[in-house]
Design a protein around this ligand. Structure first.
Ligand code: 13P
Ligand code: SF4
Length: 305
């Protein structure tokens, strides 16, 4: 079967089976084309809460499927690739954060959505890369313990100088590996290009950028901008999607190593096989974990994302 025929088959099957396919923007183009919604982590949570279909098929990583399950516990939620985890989400466990909380009892625990459901049960509020600054300003407390990404945390702390932040040493192995020199080298090669980067990059990278934002933020900025060339400092598929969307502009990846193997572990064949019922994983969580972990996500959505 060629890719086009497989896509047509998937479109037919998802309709027959009442399945909503949600895909993070880091997935490959052929998957984005058959999804009901493609977007960043915040957009995926909102769609998961509102999708009318009875089954959600998440093409992304595990914490995204877990979030969808928490927001729609009555629905069947499937993760397209059972091996797609997010290493950052697994870096800190509940016991460790409970100990840190004891050291900072008067701090609000702000958890990046890239965390396990277990960790979310002890967080006060959840944030995504697109909502972190707004939510840090909006929470009542002026003391924030930000977990687990110290780079996103440092970026938020810089935007919200009126509050005190405690950061831990977690982060995304893909984004944090981008060297600050890579920005200088890319600018030297493309002097007219604007630099757009994800806040999971280290401060020495984000400080050199023209725009810092989530994957959707970067894509919206590039589409609307009058500029013609862009250096894209996030997972390599964003530069590829933008090149399709804006053929009159040029997009250069900041680093060819910006490739998330977990996000790329979902293939179109996986999606097809999940709909055939012989691949994927159904996300199952007990009612108590859902209730406890969901509080911080509801708070994120209430604060406007
Ligand atoms: P977004 O919030 O931009 O979707 O980022 C999620 C992510 O995992 C980035 O690495
Ligand atoms: Fe996790 Fe980084 Fe991959 Fe995003 S890019 S899913 S943070 S490992």
């Amino acid at each position: 079967m060629n890719i086009y025929d497989m896509q047509q088959m998937i479109l037919r099957m998802k309709k027959e089976q009442d399945v909503c396919i949600l895909a993070h923007s880091y997935v490959a183009r052929e998957i984005a084309e058959i999804a009901d919604f493609v977007g960043d982590s915040y957009g995926l949570s909102v769609q998961a809460a509102h999708a009318p279909q009875q089954t959600i098929l998440m093409c992304g990583v595990r914490f995204m499927a877990e979030t969808a399950k928490m927001l729609s516990p009555e629905k069947k939620v499937l993760l397209s690739s059972p091996i797609a985890g997010c290493p950052m989400a697994e870096q800190m466990d509940k016991q460790m954060i409970l100990q840190v909380k004891e050291m900072y009892p008067d701090y609000t625990v702000m958890a990046y959505i890239n965390t396990t459901a277990e960790l979310k049960t002890i967080a006060d509020v959840c944030v995504t890369s697109s909502s972190a600054v707004k939510i840090a300003r909006a929470v009542e407390n002026d003391k924030i313990l930000f977990i687990p990404d110290c780079n996103l945390g440092a970026y938020v702390a810089k935007q919200v100088p009126e509050k005190t932040f405690k950061l831990l040493q977690g982060g995304c192995p893909v984004h944090a590996a981008v060297r600050p020199e890579a920005v200088k080298e890319a600018k030297a090669r493309h002097p007219e290009a604007l630099v757009l980067v994800h806040p999971e990059c280290v401060p020495a990278v984000t400080e050199q950028a023209d725009y810092v934002g989530s994957t959707t933020g970067i894509m919206d900025y590039a589409r609307k901008s009058g500029a013609k060339e862009f250096i894209i400092g996030t997972e390599i598929s964003i530069a590829e999607h933008l090149q399709y969307d804006c053929p009159d502009k040029m997009f250069y990846p900041l680093s060819k190593e910006l490739l998330c193997p977990n996000m790329k572990s979902t293939t179109l064949v996986d999606v097809y096989r999940v709909l055939c019922g012989d691949y994927g994983e159904e996300i199952c969580m007990d009612a108590r974990t859902i209730a406890e972990a969901r509080r911080c996500i509801d708070k994120m959505i209430a604060l406007g994302g």
